[in-house]
Design a protein around this ligand. Sequence first.
Ligand code: HPA
Length: 368
Amino acid sequence: MPTMADVARSAGVSVATVSHVLNGTRPVLSHTRRAVLDAVDALGYTPNTLARSLVTSRTRSIGLAVSAISNPYFTEILQGVEAAALEAGYSLLIADPHDDPGHERKVVQLLHERRVDGVIVAPSAHPDDLVGYLRRHAVPTVFLDRVIDAGVMSGIATKGGADTAHGEDAPWYDQVCAESAGPTARLVRHLAGLGHRRIGLVAGQPGFSTTGERVAGYRDGLTAAGLAHDERLLVSGNSEATGAEQATAALLGLPDPPTALVTANNAMTIGALRTLRRQGLSVADDVALCCFDDFAWADLFSPRLTAIAQPSRELGAQAVQVLLDRLDEPHRPTRTVRLPCAFVHRTSCGCPEEPGTSEGPESTASST
Ligand code: HPA
């Protein structure tokens, strides 16, 4: 394997100059730079990132831990993370915590032991152990999708007084997530505006901030529309399809069932649709449906699904940017970045296709 010294010899420059050219650490005259790059090509030199890490204590790698990677929402997040990391010259190590508190702590510890420079994590519903580990080891961290309740932090000790900049109870981590409450309220108000008085929510797994915020948004939407809050209309689908099948069956089995449903994520939309089909009910005509999460097939259902589209790729890209900012400037104030969603107006809510367009009223998509 050719070394940096071989490149230096071949280009007639010092090893330090080769290093500056390859790492962009100092401007180098263009003809010198050219000579170095030609020598790199001619010799087939590849940098030894392990050796570089020993010198810099940085591996230029990011650990990403998100569950349900097969869910299109998280797949797109992953694509956003990967593209942004690559663009910044970072490689990615990926782990699936299975939304299990014990497993998540284990896989994130493995990423840390691989000496990633920082981690991006979508935490489980009970992340205390994970959060404690990350804080004790002062791991630069961005929580993604689900924000951490400040209550989780109380009582967790800091290693060597890390985070003196922000005080004992201030968050030491950054967060990136999408708006959840406002967009859910918007779906409820839309259904109420179409005359629905009994609107059910198939909610996510308790403990995720996204679940809490979407439930809050549901309640806000009912209040804004002047509708009564009937707690029987709010059932947990546990964030997955099977749970949502059961939750939808429970809602439809009420003596006074809802005439409209809001599903709080894409997997639960599939579950709700299964139950509606099994019961011979048609979407929009018998039960109106509005969904949190848009996905590639949402437009192919009949009727087409009215949905909230999350900026999933952008969430991934932002998480990388926020982590890189933290690595560049460890004592900068912490941030929670919230990105807006879009209301994608189609027809499962009961609205007609817009005349004259084959695509329907999608052009009314707007930021919430
Ligand atoms: N969070 C936010 N949106 C989602 C999720 C989630 O866990 N799953 C599917 N859509």
